[in-house]
Ligand binder design. Structure first.
Ligand code: ADP
Ligand code: ZN
Length: 215
């Protein structure tokens, strides 16, 4: 199963992707997670990515395309993958199609999360993450069992530096201008699946899995 998950920042891509990838037994590949890890390790790519991410801008297409191209050729992707946060521009989508063609593989479903813009800012400012296992929480809707600590691995949670109101505005306009056109792009390829992204995370995850299976 080869899947993409798309949606505005804060639409819940990471949260739902975790359950979906577990269900289908495929790796969850988030370009945002890859960049954050590289930023933490202060690799040359991480330092470059940070200069864009902290301002709410996109990392350049050529850098991002190269990372994904390498990642999906790893052994764990043989039976499929779930890409989260990529492609994010038309240039990336066109390049990704070329990569898929060379590898002689096809996308099965592109999941597009529908979430009202009014929900997004609150979701993002209340987001907390585990630096160790990547699990996402929300201070209002998806609280950890113990305040500030990851349920799964016990690590102290942190807030992303780009999860502040100022940066969110820029990320939302980048999304509207550069990423939204991809909905139409994948609709034309007949692989688009629109799903509701609002509501209880467990319930929504189940609904998405069912919709993918019925697609
Ligand atoms: P969100 O969906 O909440 O914005 P992500 O973790 O997907 O969070 O992405 C965080 C940041 O990483 C983005 O704002 C962007 O700067 C960078 N990024 C992630 N994926 C891409 C991509 N495909 N192309 C360019 N930049 C990306
Ligand atoms: Zn954890």
């Amino acid at each position: 199963m080869r899947l993409l998950i798309m949606g505005a920042p804060g639409a819940g891509k990471g949260t739902y992707a975790e359950g979906i990838s577990k269900h289908f037994g495929i790796p969850h590949i988030s370009t945002g997670d890859i960049f954050r890890q590289a930023m933490q390790e202060e690799t040359p790519m991480g330092i470059l990515a940070k200069s864009f991410i902290d301002k709410g801008h996109l990392v350049p297409d050529d850098v991002t395309n190269e990372i994904v191209k390498e990642r999906i050729q790893k052994a764990d992707c043989l039976d499929g993958f779930l890409l989260d946060g990529y492609p994010r521009t038309t240039q990336q989508a066109v390049e990704f199609d070329k990569i898929l063609k060379v590898l002689e593989i096809k996308l099965d479903v592109v999941v597009n999360l529908l979430v009202d813009e009014s929900l997004i800012v609150s979701r993002i400012v209340n987001r907390r993450l585990c630096p160790t296992c990547g699990k996402g929480y929300n201070l209002i809707t998806l609280k950890p069992k113990q305040d500030g600590v990851c349920d799964d691995c016990g690590t102290e949670l942190y807030q992303r530096k780009d999860d502040n109101e100022e940066t969110i505005k820029s990320r939302l306009s980048v999304y509207n201008e550069q990423t939204k056109p991809l909905i139409d792009y994948y609709n034309k390829q007949n692989v688009l699946l629109n799903v509701n992204g609002e509501g209880d995370a467990k319930v929504v995850t189940k609904e998405i899995i069912q919709a993918i299976e019925e697609f």
